[in-house]
Design a binder for this molecule. Sequence first.
Ligand code: APR
Length: 232
Amino acid sequence: MKKLVVLTGAGVSAESGISTFRDSNGLWENYNVADVATIEGWWRNRALVLEFYNQRRGELATKKPNDAHKMIAALEKDFDVTVVTQNIDNLHEQGGSTKVVHLHGEATKVRPEDADQDEHTIDVGYKPVNLGDTDRRGVQLRPNIVWFGEAVPKFETAARIASEADIMLIVGTSLQVYPAASLVQYVRPGTPIYLIDPKPVSVPIPGVTQITDVATRGMKRFIEEVIKEKNM
Ligand code: APR
């Protein structure tokens, strides 16, 4: 089976009703990144950061995967698919994808604030976590999210997956955040790269074919116009 790596961002979940970050009325227009998505922000006001992620987590309880998540999952019939997502939602898993790498962490998981990313994580589902909620040692729990300025421990795994891919598909990301955006540079020369996004995206390498459409329609077109027509 050919290896297909699917790199996704907030846009793949937009049609499920989850806000993107940098579109108009996106999350970063309504919140200050430095306050809610940096380690400095955490030490300044932990209650505020916890509340921001309580909202993200709570919102997820009501959201369902859309046809784009489902079509990506269905590609597993014909391809060895790995999804590398920047998203902290669980809609790829709910949509049926079995191999999902969460580069920036997961909304439903927390960890003691003295632990490294992905270590000693606790699955809290959609429940809120507040100041005073601790592990057994009494250490405050924090979101298991990769904030700006923090290391991205899953990047190496993602880069290896990209370097082994036969096809790369990018869906719904502005490619403005590194190192995630640099994953396109890890594919082997000559590997076809497709990108689905309704807006023009500036990609750090040439030769990427953009399907200018929203994720659900774009995925349908990818399957019809690329997979079927090009017999991939
Ligand atoms: N279908 C597909 N793409 C869409 C849709 C849609 N329905 N709606 C919007 N988009 C596109 C936008 O055009 C944009 O290119 O999704 C992209 C979203 O970009 P961002 O808001 O920058 O989100 P993302 O690229 O995922 O952000 C990366 O930034 O703040 C951090 O950690 C956060 O993981 C996030 C990272």
